[in-house]
Design a protein around this ligand. Structure first.
Ligand code: AMP
Length: 249
């Protein structure tokens, strides 16, 4: 069974983003970039499925600038067999990402496509759902457990207030939640070996897609600064402050 994994290059989650002076966007100049954390979980799950003998070939794909090849190389170092880079300097919005992934699916015919549930830059949570729709197949989103048996995949989903288990016919789309697994680190020998693994470069035009702006970002703002805390010396003062200053009781 072949698995396709979609990985996205985003700002490293440890980095505190700065805004451009006009608040039009986040300033990416000289910022550390990394693989989207939910995509790392997707890669890990695919690698585990291969280690368990369920998958035979793993392919990763990214849509992004030339530098996004770094994240594909990371996926190769983590155990993916080959990678496809759809190169574009223009940011692709979820519908176009889904259309491009559908193009890759048509060419590669994977039985399972694993994506992150959400990219931590745009917080869209759209691509997996749109891809499943374009493929006309079932989707198991927010997965915290994935088990493939024969031509079916059972997905435990993290839903509000509990878990839901669904069974999908393959091919299917799965999106990963945080508790699905704990991704491994790439070892130095595997990083070296990854440099020799195949990485194919394509363009959106190869899949008949012209990128469009469906949603215009008009402004970004940082979260409100937290006020400094104070220490109080008695419960009575605490209650007084909660009542009269914070006005929460
Ligand atoms: P989003 O819908 O943007 O929150 O992204 C959800 C998931 O879709 C990500 O975790 C990736 O697996 C995939 N995805 C989104 N954008 C890209 C991209 N430019 N290249 C590859 N995969 C992507």
């Amino acid at each position: 069974m072949k698995i396709l994994v979609a990985v996205k290059r985003v700002i490293d989650y440890n980095v505190k983003p700065r805004l451009k002076a006009d608040n039009s966007d986040v300033d990416l100049t000289n910022l550390k970039m990394a693989m989207n954390p939910f995509c790392e979980i997707a890669v890990e799950e695919a690698v585990r499925l291969k280690e368990r003998g369920v998958a035979t070939e793993l392919v990763s794909v990214t849509i992004g600038p030339k530098a996004a090849q770094e994240q594909l190389r990371t996926s190769l170092a983590l155990g993916i067999d080959r990678a496809i880079h759809i190169e574009t300097e223009e940011a692709a919005q979820p519908l176009d990402v889904a259309k491009l992934l559908k193009g890759v699916v048509d060419a590669e015919q994977p039985q399972l496509v694993i994506l992150g549930k959400q990219s931590i830059d745009g917080d869209n949570n759209q691509t997996g759902q749109m891809l499943a729709t374009l493929m006309n197949v079932g989707q198991g989103t927010f997965a915290s457990e994935v088990a493939v048996e024969g031509d079916k995949v059972t997905v435990t989903r993290e839903i509000d207030g509990g878990l839901q288990t669904v069974q999908l016919n393959l091919p299917a789309v799965v999106t990963t939640d945080l508790r699905l697994n704990e991704p491994r680190y790439a070892s130095l020998p595997n990083i070296m070996k990854a440099k020799k693994k195949p990485l194919e470069t394509k363009t959106p035009a190869d899949y008949g897609v012209t990128l469009k702006t469906y949603v215009q970002q008009t402004q970004v703002a940082p979260p409100a600064e937290r006020q400094g805390g104070v220490k109080v010396d008695s419960v009575a003062t605490l209650v007084d402050k909660l009542k009269n200053e914070a006005k929460v009781i």
